[in-house]
Design a protein around this ligand. Structure first.
Ligand code: ZN
Ligand code: ZN
Length: 332
């Protein structure tokens, strides 16, 4: 005997938001009425373990094997009784991306085996109702994530930017007194937001704000004795205030490095507004530093609303310059 339990739902959220919720099984207890518990690693061939709960049916242990993971598109797991031909159930979620903001979810389970005859009727009625309940809960959660308006950075969230150059302004650390002060004596370029794990950011910021000035244009005018290298082994050595931890500038010592001759600064440390960021780089790195993958869609939408294109490296123009720098080195 073979049967398919088929359900579907339209969700007003990006496919990668819906998928991120489905793939984050550790958070199932927060929302999933059908599979309120599932533990393990969701990579192909791994076994995960939890329980299946359907109203009117006994709660049963669940120990399926992941058979397919296609990021943002498909997730499948297979439960099978050891006796061949007895019972086999492949549970799957297929995400059809209608457009960037709408996902049609197919949530099915293919059943087969001699044992199915005894259980198909309740699966088809009570089981179906439980699947539909999960679909509704998933829709609610995904649409809630998709409508979030996350704070990006205090210097961006207000939406007002410096109208004049920062030449002559002073970067100040966060200490209440005896601040480290660094005067900017040249133009500030390539201001951007950054999601990497190395750039310093204020406590309330999701992304760092960072820009460059060309070498010789920074002058430590006060508190220089409080500056210390954060990690001298990095290509860009960041100098921070020992007392408050604010990074005051970053410098490259390797004359062959593509950023040699540039100093990195956090332009929001001046007294007035910061310059408008030209782009946001390394946005996906936020996931590696603890941001829930399901939040990424709203973060990218918020950047887009602020007129800030998001990339997962530097901007295309900087990436092209880095590539050209590699050619220069190879030919010299
Ligand atoms: Zn300080
Ligand atoms: Zn960074």
């Amino acid at each position: 005997m073979k049967e398919t339990l088929d359900t579907d739902i339209t969700i007003e959220a990006p496919a990668h938001t819906v998928w991120a919720i489905l793939d984050d099984i550790a958070r199932y207890p927060e929302w999933n009425p059908l599979v309120p518990e599932l533990g393990g690693r969701t990579t192909v061939d791994q076994q995960v373990e939890g329980v299946l709960t359907r109203e009117g049916m006994p709660t049963v242990p669940l120990k399926p094997t992941l058979t397919a993971i296609v990021g943002a598109r498909e997730l499948r797991w297979l439960s099978e009784r050891p006796t061949p031909g007895e019972f086999r159930a492949e549970h799957y979620f297929v995400l059809d991306k209608t457009n960037d903001d709408i996902t049609n979810l197919t949530h099915n389970e293919d059943f087969a085996g001699t044992f199915l005859e005894q259980v198909w009727e309740p699966i088809n009625t009570l089981g179906r109702a439980a699947y539909e309940k999960m679909n509704e809960a998933l829709k609610l959660r995904a649409e809630s994530y998709a409508s979030e308006k996350p704070a990006l950075h205090p210097a961006v969230d207000g939406g007002s930017y410096a109208s004049e150059s920062l030449v002559g302004q002073t970067l100040r650390c966060g200490c209440a007194c005896a601040q480290v002060e660094v005067k900017i004596n040249g133009p500030v370029y390539h201001n951007h937001l950054c999601g990497c794990s190395k750039c310093w950011k204020p406590a309330e910021a999701l992304l760092a704000m960072i820009a460059v000035v060309s070498g010789g244009n920074l002058e430590v005018t006060s508190g220089g004795e409080k500056l210390a290298a954060v990690d001298g082994d990095q290509k860009i050595v960041r100098y921070a205030c020992r007392d408050c931890g604010t990074h005051m500038y970053g410098r490259v010592d390797d004359a062959d490095h593509h950023f040699y001759g540039l100093d990195f600064i956090h332009p929001e440390l001046v007294d007035g507004p910061a310059p408008r960021p030209e782009f946001a780089g390394f946005v996906s790195s936020l996931v590696e530093t603890g941001t829930e993958p399901a939040r990424m869609g709203a973060i990218r939408a918020q950047l887009s609303d602020a007129g800030i294109p998001s990339y997962d490296a530097f901007s295309p123009e900087i990436m092209d310059m880095i590539a050209w720098h590699k050619v220069k080195l190879a030919e010299s």
